[in-house]
Design a protein around this ligand. Structure first.
Ligand code: SAH
Length: 214
């Protein structure tokens, strides 16, 4: 299999062809070997235009969605980014090319271990830390973040994530019920929050490990 060719096709057809314009995002997706992040038996489908199962009832997002979310964050290279819902680690690897540091949190410990392993074997672990835990609470030790990318759908934007976003920062998050979610791009300016809808989407639900008391 000529993976580099498949990657170029994915970038030109699925991403550039559908309006992804951030050259750094396109370059990052040319660089990361997506086939190393999908289960061994599904490698042949690594570059298809849809999400793939990665075990534990979870998925690796459609390439277009990963690109769109990364583009919405407008990363320049100096940022500290929080990713909620690391899954197999692919999206974190892309963010690792685009930003200075990435903290990727994953609720299912086996997937967190898989993400760590995938990032290590592809030589991408240098600026990416994978944490096993409940990302609906953010990750306070490294907060605040210049950007937050959430890969699971919330009923409402978790307050902890808004609090851990830097002033001037951006967050991308799917909000809504399973079949009808909007991908919101949230900005914090002078302490005020505003957002717009970038797309409609379907992500797995953002789960909460323990009920919050607030
Ligand atoms: N980022 C992945 C997509 C992962 S799918 C990619 O590279 O394409 C979303 C992930 O969110 C799942 O692995 C799921 O276990 C995780 N998740 C759901 N609720 C979570 C929570 N509260 N905290 C952290 N991860 C969560």
């Amino acid at each position: 299999m000529d993976w580099a060719f498949q990657r170029r096709m994915m970038v030109s057809r699925q991403l550039r062809g559908r309006g992804i314009r951030d050259e750094r995002v396109l370059q990052a997706m040319l660089e990361i070997p997506r086939e190393e992040f999908v289960p061994e038996e599904d490698r042949d489908g690594a570059y298809v235009d849809e999400p793939l199962e990665i075990g534990y009832g979870q998925t690796i997002s459609q390439p277009y969605m990963t690109a769109l979310m990364a583009q919405c964050l407008e990363l320049e290279g100096h940022e500290t980014v929080l990713e909620v819902g690391a899954g197999c680690g692919y999206h974190a690897a892309v963010l690792g090319v685009l930003a200075a540091r990435v903290f990727a949190i994953e609720l299912i410990p086996e997937l967190a271990a898989m993400a760590r392993e995938n990032l290590e074997k592809t030589g991408r672990a240098g600026n990416i830390t994978v944490i096993a835990g409940d990302g609906s609470l953010g990750y306070p030790p490294e907060a605040p973040y210049d950007a937050i990318s959430v890969a699971a759908a919330a009923a409402e934007i978790p307050r902890a994530l808004l609090e851990q976003l830097k002033d001037g920062g951006r967050m991308v998050i799917p909000v809504g019920p399973y079949s009808d979610q909007e991908l919101r791009v949230v900005r914090k300016r002078d302490g005020e929050i505003d957002w717009h809808v970038a797309a409609y989407c379907r992500f797995v639900p953002l789960r909460e490990a323990a009920p919050r008391v607030d």
